[in-house]
Design a protein around this ligand. Structure first.
Ligand code: NAP
Length: 335
């Protein structure tokens, strides 16, 4: 039987995921969509024959919805995840799990009380074939013991509501999660370094770029550049330096041209294309696992750790200096 999915938030990624679930992923169908802006959702609903709601809670309680995908704006994630747990429905929540640490804690508590994992967070980079290959190289021991990571997340441009704080909590959170997963290690301290301000972002009052510095329990030192206005493309890079060698993410493949005494290859314009394989793999696996009643993807615990780390870095950005990253003890339930 097909898994009947309801999608809350039909903005940019809600429409992408909705289309993906209808056209690419097998074993599921989108039966309902919700958005505070009903008109935007109605267009999708009409095309695919889904029901439209204005309130996410009504979609969650629809008996024709077996599982929920939350793609509304960051601040609304927690309430829909909590409502889905209360309704006993599997819920896939785009990152971040929540914008406040207390909200993440409430989700952990509610899910544990429910008695089984039903929340998955959309940290899709864990499914990207290049990141998966990088993790395998690290695990194989080929580059020795990892000592450092140099990474960068550059957006071509950013939404008009982007702030210095969101740059870490919304964009940087991908790096926070994927590097912890890649190294199979946790963070102990963090700091934010502010380089010379980009003139483009300065006009919008945005502190940009920022460099997140993290240290893990094994002593691995990480630097991640977060830039919101590269102006040339969406560029994600990661190099892991071990004591026997280094390993780095490849650039996404594209045709190389040689003309006018120059050699060039393309850079992806945005997340939609750069991580298209990752999203497809992530959702196919989630649908299969929900149907098998056992999910294994990024958990509420991962969402909580990322939230605590992003908050600590946010404080470090404002106050300066190195801050300890302190989380609760991981409950058995999430181990
Ligand atoms: P967006 O284009 O602004 O879409 C958000 C949508 O949610 C808008 O249609 C918005 O309506 C609607 N919305 C806001 N509050 C709502 C509520 N209470 N109930 C229902 N709908 C509500 O943003 P987006 O780029 O799609 O991002 C959505 C989420 O996905 C964000 O949390 C973002 O962090 C995440 N995201 C993840 C990735 C990834 O790579 N994994 C990439 C992009 C985005 P209005 O337009 O009327 O405000």
């Amino acid at each position: 039987m097909e898994l009947r999915i309801g999608v809350i938030g039909m903005g940019a990624i809600g429409r992408e995921h909705g289309k993906r679930l209808m056209e690419k992923i097998t074993g599921c169908t989108v039966t309902a969509v919700a958005d505070i802006n009903v008109e935007g959702a109605a267009k999708f609903a009409e095309q695919y024959g889904a029901k439209v709601y204005q309130e996410g809670e009504d979609l969650i309680n629809d008996s024709n919805v077996d599982a929920v995908v939350v793609t509304s704006w960051d601040e609304a994630h927690a309430k829909y995840v909590l409502a889905s747990i209360a309704a006993g429905k599997y819920v896939f929540c785009e990152k971040p799990l929540a914008t406040k640490i207390e909200e993440c804690e409430a989700i952990l508590e509610a899910e544990e009380k429910f008695g089984k994992r039903i929340v998955q967070v959309g940290f899709m980079r864990r499914y990207d074939p290049d990141y998966v290959a990088l993790k395998e190289i690290i695990k194989s021991g080929k580059i020795g013991q990892p000592m450092m990571v140099h990474a960068c997340h550059r957006n071509m441009t950013h939404a008009s509501n982007m702030t210095s704080e969101m740059s870490i909590k919304n964009s940087g959170i991908h790096e926070i999660d994927v590097l912890r997963w890649l190294l199979d290690d946790d963070y102990v301290e963090g700091q934010v370094i502010l380089p010379r301000q980009s003139r483009i972002s300065a006009e919008e009052g945005l502190q940009d770029p920022q460099i997140m510095m993290l240290r893990t329990t094994e002593g691995i030192a990480i630097d991640v550049e977060i830039s919101q206005s590269s102006g040339y493309g969406y560029d994600i890079q990661c190099e892991v330096v071990g004591d026997l060698g280094t390993a780095r993410l490849p650039d996404p493949s594209s045709v190389v041209t040689r003309t006018d005494c120059s050699c060039a290859f393309g850079v992806m314009p945005g997340w939609e294309t750069r991580f298209i394989d990752a999203y497809n793999i992530e959702f196919q696996k989630w649908v299969n696992e929900v149907k098998a009643d056992c999910i294994t993807g990024p958990s509420s615990w991962d969402g909580y750790v990322a939230c605590v780390t992003a908050h600590t870095l946010g404080e470090a950005r404002v106050e300066g200096g190195v801050k300890p990253i302190i989380t609760k003890e991981c409950p058995e339930f999430y181990k």
